[in-house]
Design a protein around this ligand. Structure first.
Ligand code: MNH
Length: 552
């Protein structure tokens, strides 16, 4: 007989289990009851009636600027910020319920960190269609989907938010510290430590870290080029790096993450964090002449983790959220709440963060244009133009817009691979994920895309709106007006993102105090650093533009 769980009958996060020829839904603590957890308990319906829809909240946040200008400056902003922290982080199961090694909850889900966690269990293997019961027996080919819906015809700039190329590389650089698929072991396996740990600067193993450190005054190895500090040469520090064979030996660098030699934009971020680490070590040594190398290194690392979280929440997420409410980072807001200071990276978050549309086909630096092919592996151009000029240029160039038909040629294959991995992992459909994140499922293709032609093509490809895959779906989803991101992305991305940062141990009541960061000076760096500070205090000469949004 057919597996009744294939149709995902349990609503409101109820758990489906085959039992006695049929199925049961475990509705425990969902706030609902009934055969399919479809009937709200009294308080659930009261809360639901009072709760505005996600669209309404987004609408309120992105309009009425005069109102938010008031709110942002009065104490009620604490109440709102705490409310948002609680609402979004509460959507992430912690500890996780599932991982990519089993289809149900197991001890390994908790203990084996070499697997990504997953929000929803996979589509069972004995179902009539790949997506359960909906859609065709066979999904459209990944190549067809990528060509038809994702491939860029002409670069579409993000004119809605004017997102800069600097942000695009910030995204890639920042997220690669925790999105690290162990491709050899499989799509669900990882070498991540599941946290904002700066392992992309310091290396992910004790051995790599040891090689990258000078073992003196806490500092990282570096080289001087024209009086400026840069990452060391790979010849001097032979860590494992993935360089294209055509890159000459003397033009290779040793970086925390083995992919970061690939793009000058990543090299820029790697250089600035290297300089910041060594600068913070100097500051700490001055304050603590008695500290040894180890303590200087370890404390600087915690300070850099804090600076990262600060910049990511208050500037990067702020920019992407398109919200008039001023986000801020204050771990103390969570001290009275029940909150787990632990995090696990989910494979869904990884797929959702494949932001390849951001990448343009050309890079403009000080009057010179580099095609993507000339840009790849060409870290020389940072030296040629200088770091300041390169950063200024990255802040003045608009990145690509999220959405259909905007993934450039070099990254189209990545999209194909992502679709394939999603299938290997048997990820549930876009609509099942929408339901999981309290967002109503789309009823029609038109509603999903907001575009008649796309809707027709997509319908032809998938046959049923409930069979559309998550990664393809969120990329072609109509944007929220005035925003870079789609509703789905905001609803799914914010929980992972806030949970990942607020659950960092530095945010815990025991750690969040001056002594963790070497005293008030270090604590203040954590509490005040902006992206402009980070760059300007680490570049010689006049600082140009450092911005996640390109000025008008
Ligand atoms: Mn990107 C994975 C190339 C920009 C986020 N990226 C990959 C992979 C390649 C790649 C190759 C591995 C694909 C596979 O086998 O599954 N990425 C690029 C290139 C550019 C790029 C050439 C720029 C040009 N990538 C970006 C940007 C982001 C991003 C910008 C924004 C966050 N990429 C990812 C994520 C992964 C990935 C996330 C998954 C990493 C992992 O799971 O290990």
């Amino acid at each position: 007989a057919e597996n009744p769980c294939c149709s995902f009958p349990c609503e409101n996060r109820g758990v489906c289990m085959r039992e006695g020829g049929g199925y049961t839904c475990d509705c425990t603590r969902t706030g609902y009851y009934g055969q399919n957890c479809e009937t709200p308990e009294f308080w659930t319906s009261v809360t639901a009636a009072l709760k505005p829809s996600p669209e309404t909240i987004t609408f309120l946040r992105s309009n009425f600027k005069w109102f938010w200008d008031v709110i942002n400056n009065i104490p009620i902003r604490n109440v709102l910020m705490r409310g948002l922290y609680i609402a979004v982080t509460g959507k992430v199961d912690s500890p996780p319920l599932y991982h990519t090694g089993h289809d149900y909850t197991t001890w390994d889900t908790y203990s084996d960190r070499t697997y990504y966690a997953r929000v929803l269990p996979p589509v069972p293997t004995d179902c009539p269609t790949p997506m359960g019961t909906k859609g065709r027996k066979e999904l459209p080919s990944p190549e067809y989907l990528a060509q038809t819906f994702l491939a860029r015809r002409k670069f579409i700039p993000d004119l809605r938010r004017r997102t800069s190329v600097l942000l695009g590389f910030a995204a890639q650089h920042f997220t690669h510290q925790f999105f690290k698929t162990d491709f050899e072991k499989g799509a669900g396996r990882t070498w991540s430590d599941h946290a904002v740990d700066m392992s992309h600067v310091y290396g992910h193993t004790a051995e790599r870290q040891r090689q990258l450190r000078t073992m003196q005054d806490g500092k990282l190895k570096h080289q001087w080029v024209d009086g400026q500090m840069y990452p060391p040469s790979l010849q001097d520090v032979p860590v494992h790096m993935n360089y294209h064979p055509d890159v000459p030996e003397e033009k290779r660098f040793a970086l925390g993450h083995e992919f970061f030699g690939m793009l000058p934009g990543l090299f820029v971020w790697a250089t600035v964090w290297l300089r910041e680490h060594n600068r913070v070590c100097d500051v700490m040594k001055e304050l603590h002449p008695d500290w040894d190398d180890e303590r200087l290194f370890q404390t600087a690392r915690l300070i850099l983790i804090g600076e990262t979280v600060k910049i990511i929440i208050e500037e990067y997420v702020q920019h992407l959220s398109g919200s008039n409410f001023q986000l801020f980072w204050d771990p103390e807001l969570m001290f009275e709440e029940k909150f787990q200071y632990q995090n696990r990276i989910t494979v869904e978050f990884n797929h959702l963060y494949h932001w390849h549309p951001l990448m343009p086909d050309q890079f403009h630096i000080n009057g010179t244009t580099y095609d993507m092919e000339e840009y790849l592996y060409n870290n020389d151009l940072v030296f040629k133009h200088g770091l300041n000029v390169t950063v200024d240029a990255m802040s003045r160039q608009i990145a690509g817009q999220f959405g259909p038909k905007n993934i450039g040629a070099v990254n189209l294959q990545v999209a194909v691979e992502t679709i394939k991995k999603g299938r290997e992992l048997r990820l549930q459909s876009l609509n099942e994920y929408r339901k999981r994140f309290d967002t109503p499922p789309y009823k029609t293709f038109q509603e999903l895309t907001g575009d008649e032609e796309l809707a027709a093509q997509l319908e032809e490809a998938y046959g049923d709106i409930d069979a559309v895959e998550m990664y393809v779906g969120w990329l072609i989803e109509k944007p929220v007006s005035g925003n870079v991101l789609s509703q789905m992305f905001l609803e799914m991305g914010s929980p992972f993102s806030f949970k990942g940062m607020l659950a960092n141990p530095i945010c815990s009541p025991g750690w969040w105090k001056p002594s963790t960061f070497g005293g008030e000076v270090g604590f203040n760096l954590v509490k005040t650093t902006t992206v402009r500070d980070l760059f300007c205090r680490n570049m010689n000469g006049p600082c140009g533009l450092v911005s996640f949004a390109v000025p008008e």
